[in-house]
Write a protein that binds this ligand. Structure first.
Ligand SMILES: *[C@@H]1O[C@H](CO)[C@@H](O)[C@H](O)[C@H]1NC(C)=O
Ligand SMILES: *[C@@H]1O[C@H](CO)[C@@H](O)[C@H](O)[C@H]1NC(C)=O
Ligand SMILES: *[C@@H]1O[C@H](CO)[C@@H](O)[C@H](O)[C@H]1NC(C)=O
Length: 488
């Protein structure tokens, strides 16, 4: 008893002293100056982190492609199929309004910096970073009425992409346009139409005006989550459960990142975390719009913080339209069935003559299709509480679904026992399935892998809610009964 009193007094004394230290260094919160944010200067970093999840600029990706993987010895490309995400775009209208408010945050940061010039520098941004952020202005050509539209950079991305594919698969894609050999379709959105327009200009140049797209816009195939009752019901059912994305944003490491960012920007107090998301968006959008420039807003983050923000985004998509949503595969099967049926007709010798097929859609379509195909799957699912074990995860939307993401499948005719082979390219890199050989799959392997998916694929029926749950229930009931009988 007597011993405890001095210990208690000592604790009080320590608390009072440390409270005073904090009071003297309010910008460093509860940690000492030495522990505060890592020293980092974005401006002088020759290799800044540019993986910005689904808002990554396509051209900033470091493609592994040597440019020759599409050449397969003893094989000739017979048919080309592609699914393209639209290129770099502007944010939606309401987001443009929100991001414009960063002008206010910027002036607060400038005030913070000017007032605090005598404060220790550690953890704050370097003078170069401060200077580029100070000079930032909102680009007045970006107005709310342009929400969601493709940028000039976005148009270039699709044009250049088309030219690269044309030179790689010249047997199929050059030689001019003719209606029977080419099939084009885009979803009902300006940004996918404009991406299509840029792509055909890349393919056919001044001849592009002759191109006909399939005007019977079939959103069930390329945008099935819209008007899909089953998808919306799933979302409604889950709206009261906290998602992994939300849980990650409440995690200690995310909260710490938010505090550190505000501290780096000279704020004494932590503001609403949504401002960090605004700054992140501005940083990654500007990087994609003006490819060869620094975005002044990127100076707010060091590399580790950008990786954390990227992970939050990956979690969001993983559980929305990736493997974390059991419905993804059910609606992503549509495009898989489309190329499978087309290739199968060619393999069976009754091709309809279409050599090349092109779809233009959105990020969710890319992700649900990759999920249906089994691409970028992780053995250990990314979760809110396993960030540190996920640094080499396959589900990195920066790499699989940047602006202008593209999935290509090519049917080859070959000499040898397997007459037909298929190769997939994701963002121009071969997709390396374990069942295949350096990306090249026997047609029989593709059949084994996807036949069930394709045969049971009925997005129309699934979305209208007529199928699935009810039928799964009935069939599992019947299965139970038959198992009971068998046991008997
Ligand atoms: C503003 O955006 C336009 C395109 O909308 C671009 O051409 C121009 O370079 C931008 N200006 C600045 C200062 O970034
Ligand atoms: C933070 O901002 C978001 C979006 O502006 C808002 O919905 C939320 O209520 C704010 N949170 C707090 C704690 O003020
Ligand atoms: C493809 O098929 C051939 C002949 O049927 C077989 O020898 C080869 O191992 C198969 N390759 C792969 C990657 O499955």
């Amino acid at each position: 008893m007597r011993l405890e009193v001095p210990i208690y007094l000592a604790l009080v004394a320590v608390t009072v002293v440390s409270a005073q230290i904090n009071y003297q260094n309010p910008q460093f919160g509860n940690r000492g100056e030495e522990e505060c944010c890592q020293e980092y200067c974005y401006f002088t970093d020759v290799e800044p982190y540019i993986q910005f999840a689904t808002k990554t600029a396509y051209e900033s990706l470091n493609r592994k492609s040597t440019g020759a993987q599409h050449i397969v010895p003893d094989c000739t490309p017979m048919q080309f199929w592609s699914l393209n995400r639209h290129g770099t775009r502007l944010p939606k209208a309401t987001r443009i309004r929100e991001l414009r408010n960063l002008e206010k945050i910027q002036s607060e940061i400038v005030a913070n910096y000017e007032q605090r010039s005598s404060y220790p520098n550690r953890g704050r941004f370097c003078i170069e970073d401060y200077n580029i952020l100070k000079r930032w202005r909102w680009n007045d050509t970006i107005t709310e009425d342009k929400g969601f539209s493709l940028t000039q950079q976005g148009i270039e991305e699709l044009k250049i992409l088309a030219r690269r594919y044309k030179s790689k698969f010249s047997q199929l894609l050059s030689g001019g346009y003719d209606e029977r050999s080419f099939f084009f379709q885009y979803t009902s959105a300006d940004r996918t139409h404009d991406s299509y327009q840029a792509y055909i200009e890349g393919l056919f140049g001044s001849d592009a005006f002759r191109v006909h797209a399939n005007t019977q816009i079939d959103n069930r195939l390329m945008k099935p989550y819209e008007d899909c009752e089953a998808w919306q019901k799933n979302e409604a059912d889950n709206q009261f459960t906290r998602t992994e994305y939300e849980r990650f944003k409440e995690s200690p490491e995310y909260q710490q990142m938010v505090r550190d960012v505000f501290r780096r920007l000279g704020f004494k107090y932590t503001l609403n975390a949504s401002i960090v998301e605004d700054i992140y968006d501005m940083c990654r959008y500007e990087k994609a719009w003006y490819l060869n420039r620094h975005s002044p807003w990127c100076v707010a983050f060091n590399k580790d913080q950008l990786k954390l923000l990227e992970y939050a985004e990956d979690l969001k998509y993983y559980y929305e339209s990736g493997y974390g949503n059991r419905i993804s595969e059910r609606i992503g099967c549509g495009p898989v069935k489309d190329f499978y049926d087309r290739f199968e007709r060619t393999v069976n010798g009754n091709s309809d003559g279409v050599r090349a097929t092109f779809f233009f859609a959105n990020s969710d379509t890319i992700q649900t299709v990759l999920t249906a195909l089994g691409v970028a799957k992780d053995y250990n699912p990314p979760k809110a509480d396993n960030y540190h074990t996920q640094t080499s995860r396959n589900w990195k939307t920066s790499l699989i679904d940047p602006f202008a993401a593209n999935l290509v499948s090519v049917l080859y005719q070959c000499r040898g026992p397997e007459k037909f082979k298929v190769m997939f390219f994701l963002n121009e890199n071969p997709v390396d399935f374990p069942e295949c050989s350096v990306g090249l799959c026997n047609w029989s392997t593709i059949q084994q892998k996807y036949e069930d998916l394709v045969r049971t694929c009925d997005v129309e029926e699934f979305c209208s809610g007529r199928s699935s749950s009810a039928r799964v229930l009935v069939s599992s009931f019947l299965l139970t009964i038959s198992v009971m009988f068998l046991r008997w």
